[in-house]
Write a protein that binds this ligand. Structure first.
Ligand SMILES: [Zn+2]
Length: 137
């Protein structure tokens, strides 16, 4: 379900050379341990704003991860997470909950994870990730 939600966000961001816009959201865990995606309002071509999320929660639910897309491949745009992306996660005191794993950045070729400390790692190949069924995030 989370995988399908991430794929939907990627498609909604209209990936292309320059016409796309960022999409993103929270991945929340409810008290029964079920994951839910709550999407953020549509972003700009190279940026997106998070709604308020005090104490690393939205409503009663804990944030386990956040994600956003980098849909544009033109030379004016970064595919990999940039300094601004890393700082946004690292310097956000409300993205430091016990369950919080970091922020996924979905690009054409690669899905990255920005850790709560602002370190970037590669999680996997985007197309393979979207094609797999089952498995965990
Ligand atoms: Zn970004």
């Amino acid at each position: 379900m989370v995988r399908a939600g991430l794929k939907q966000a990627w498609e909604d961001s209209q990936p292309g050379i320059a016409g796309g816009h960022e999409e993103g959201g929270f991945i929340l865990q409810d008290s029964a341990g079920i994951l839910h995606i709550v999407r953020w309002p549509k972003g700009e071509q190279n940026g997106i704003m998070l709604p308020p999320h005090p104490n690393c929660q939205v409503g009663e639910h804990d944030i386990v991860a956040t994600f956003h897309t980098h849909p544009n491949t033109g030379s004016n745009y970064l595919q990999e997470p940039g300094e601004t992306d890393r700082r946004a996660v690292r310097d956000d005191p409300d993205l430091k909950g016990k369950l919080y794993k970091g922020e996924f950045v979905i690009t054409w070729e690669t899905i990255y994870l920005i850790s709560p400390a602002g370190e970037v790692s590669e999680v996997g190949n985007t197309q393979e990730f979207f094609q797999e069924t089952g498995g965990s995030l």
